[in-house]
Design a protein around this ligand. Sequence first.
Ligand code: SF4
Length: 441
Amino acid sequence: MNSQISISKRFYIHTLGCKVNQYETQAMREILLKAGFKECLAKDIADIYIINTCTVTQHADREARHMVGMFHRSNPNAKIVVAGCLVEKNADEISFLPGVAYTVKNSEKSRIDKILNGEEKKAGERQDELTITAFKGRTKAFIKIQDGCENRCSYCKVPLVRNVLRSKPLDKITEEVKALTANGFKEIILAGICLGAWGRDLVPSGMAASVGLKDLSLMDVLKAIEGIDGNFRVRLSSIEPKYVTDELIKFVAGSKRICRHLHIPLQSGDDEILKRMNRPYTTAEYRAIIEKARAAMGDVAISTDVMVGFPAETESNFTNTLEFVKGILPARTHIFTYSKREGTPAATMSGEVDEAVAKKRYCTLRAATLMSSYTYRTKFERRALDILVENKRDKHTGLLTGYSDNYIRILFDGPDELMGNIVPVRITDMTLAYTKGIKIS
Ligand code: SF4
C-alpha cells in the first residue's frame, strides 16, 4: 500500500444504469484520484463505497438499496455515498439507510472530492464540467456530451430527475475526444440523456438569427469530430426518431469516422400505445426513417428498444408491435417490461398488465428479435469487417471478441496483442447465438 495515502481515502465505486452514468463514474474516479484518494477492487475492504445509482425502473431502485445494505454489512465502519438519479427525488429517505454518510445529486458529482473532504459548497461556486481522459476496464470510451431530456414520455422518470438541458461545449468535446484517442481508445461513443437535443440550450432557438448566430445541433458535433486526425471511430448511442434528420443520415452515410449503426428507440409498434406513451411519432413515420437510413446505407445496423406490458396493452396492441418489429428487422433489440414509476403520467393509467402476460410477451418478442438479428448478420457471411478487439476474451469460448462498426459481435482466434486494436476479420460461420470469423491481414 502507498504509505502516503491515508487509510480513510480508499474508495470503491459501483455503477448502475446507462452510459451517461458510467461516464459520470469515470469522471468522479478521475476527480478522486487527482485529489489523492486511492481506488480499490471489489474484493478489497474500502473506506468509502460510492454507489452511482439509476432510477429508471423499480428494479434499479431496489438494486441500489441492496448495494447499500451489502456494503454496510461487509464493512460497518465504511462511509457509504449514494450518488446519482435515485438521490434526486429520494435523498431524505436514502440518507437514513444504515451506513450512508452522504447523498450526492447529479449536479454535485463534479465536487465529489470536496464532499468527501467535508467542504461545504461556497456561495456562487459553479458546477464544473465533468471530463475524462480514460475509461477504466473498457475497450470503448463513452463521452457524455449532453444532459437532460426535453421530451415527456409518459412512462419515463428521467425528465423528473434530469430535467435541465445542458450541452457540453463543442471545444470541450473535441478536447475530450483528442485526450481519449491519444490514450489509445479506438472507439468513442457519444452519449447523452437525449443525444439529439445537443446544442438546444447553447443558443436559445429563435434568438440565434437575431444575434447573428446559427442554431447549434448534433451535426456540429459530428462535423467537428470528423475533422480530428487519428485512427479511431465514433458511434452514436441512442438517438430518438425525431432527431434522425435527412441531414444526419446523409452525414453518417458519407462519413469515414462514424459507425454505420443507428440505435433508434421504437418502444411500441402500435400507434395507439405510442400515443399514450406520448412518443411524438407514428409507426409509419418511424418506418420512413428506417427506410431512408437503409436507402443511404444499405449495410446500416438499426438497433432499437421496445417496451412490453405498458398499461392497458392488449393482445392486439402487442401483436402489432411484434409484426412491426419483424417488418423492420432490427440488427439488435433491447426489450424491457414496463415498470411503474411514481410521478409519471403512466403510473396513474389504468389497465395494469399481468406480470405473467408481460413476461410471455417479452419471450415472444425476444424469439422474433433473435431471428431478426440472425437475418441481418447473414448479409455479411464471408465478408470482411473491421473489428475493435475487446480487452477481455469471450468467457465461454476463450476466443477473442469484438464488434464491427455495424455492431456485429464476432468471435475469432488470435493473440492478446490484438486487444484494443481494429483488425479485419472475415465472417466464416454463424448461428442464432454467435458469429465466428478469422483474422485476415
Ligand atoms: S426521450 Fe422519452 S424515454 Fe427517453 S429519456 Fe426522454 S422522456 Fe425518457
